[in-house]
Design a protein around this ligand. Structure first.
Ligand code: PEP
Length: 261
């Protein structure tokens, strides 16, 4: 399927790393390493405490600011939660929802993930909806069944006309932070399956315009092969997004792939 209908996106996920004071030195090191020509959207998804410093450091830059999570609630007595309009007000563009670490450590279910995606869209931002199987599910041949359910459950909360603004991230749990990257063929098979599910529910036009990313130990060496696959439109980068040089090499890989197309 033709990639020209959708955005290539490389999104860093810092998780609970770095200090707000480390944001400026990081971006000062990263910015000169980025390709002159924009070949993809670059985003940094950071802890809520880092959003304002990141926004300030990225002034006049084309790197987008992202958040790692959002509340399902609009406002009110939810101590410690951060609402979608608070993030939008800070200039956030992308919000990760349903990361496997939140599903596992904070008991987030598919219903909550869908509600978060809808809240993000309502405030004019783009959700990055994470889905992925455990090693056990993969070994038992349940990968697509599980992922299909996660995708449909999340998108069922999203108004039809906004599905194309969603980004789906396929992140096999066994690959996250383990150094065990999925092979390009394994990742493509699932990303193609996700697109087929979107096509069957929302039609071919929507399916061809939804960006589907791969995440899970993606590094500079493996990026190009993964990004060359027809249904992989970019990556979520955890560990490698904490080092400007490594992150920039992954962004370079997008440029190399688009030159070869
Ligand atoms: C992630 O947590 O979203 C991720 C992709 O992490 P890593 O690249 O470190 O596996």
């Amino acid at each position: 399927m033709n990639k020209k209908y959708r955005k290539a996106i490389i999104a860093g996920n810092w998780k609970m790393n770095m200090l707000p004071t480390e944001v400026k030195p990081f971006t000062e090191e990263l910015r000169p390493l980025l390709p002159r020509q924009k070949t993809c959207e670059v985003a940094l998804c950071v802890p809520h405490t880092h959003i304002s410093p990141l926004r300030r450091s990225l002034k006049d830059s084309r790197i987008a600011v992202g958040a790692e999570d959002v509340s399902v609630h609009d406002k009110g007595a939810f101590t410690g939660e951060v609402a979608a309009d608070m993030l939008a007000d800070l200039g956030v563009h992308y919000v990760i929802v349903g990361h496997s670490e939140r599903r596992a450590n904070h008991a987030e279910n598919d219903f909550m993930v869908g509600a978060k995606a809808a809240a993000v869209l309502e405030k004019g931002m783009n959700p990055i909806i994470c889905v992925g199987e455990t090693l056990e599910q993969r070994e038992r041949g349940l990968t697509m069944e599980h992922i299909g359910y996660q995708v449909l459950a999340a998108l069922s909360a999203v108004p039809d006309e906004k599905v194309r603004q969603c980004v789906i991230a396929y992140e096999p749990i066994w690959a996250i932070g383990t150094g065990k990257t999925a092979t390009p063929e394994e990742a493509e098979e699932v990303c193609e399956g996700i697109r087929a599910i979107i096509r069957s529910r929302h039609g071919a036009r929507v399916a061809r315009s939804v960006s589907i990313l791969y995440g899970g130990s993606m590094n500079a060496k493996k990026a190009k092969e993964l990004l060359s696959m027809p249904d992989i439109d970019g990556g979520i980068i955890g560990g490698a997004s904490l080092k400007p040089a490594d992150f920039a090499k992954i962004i370079d890989a997008v440029a190399e792939v688009s030159e070869e197309d």
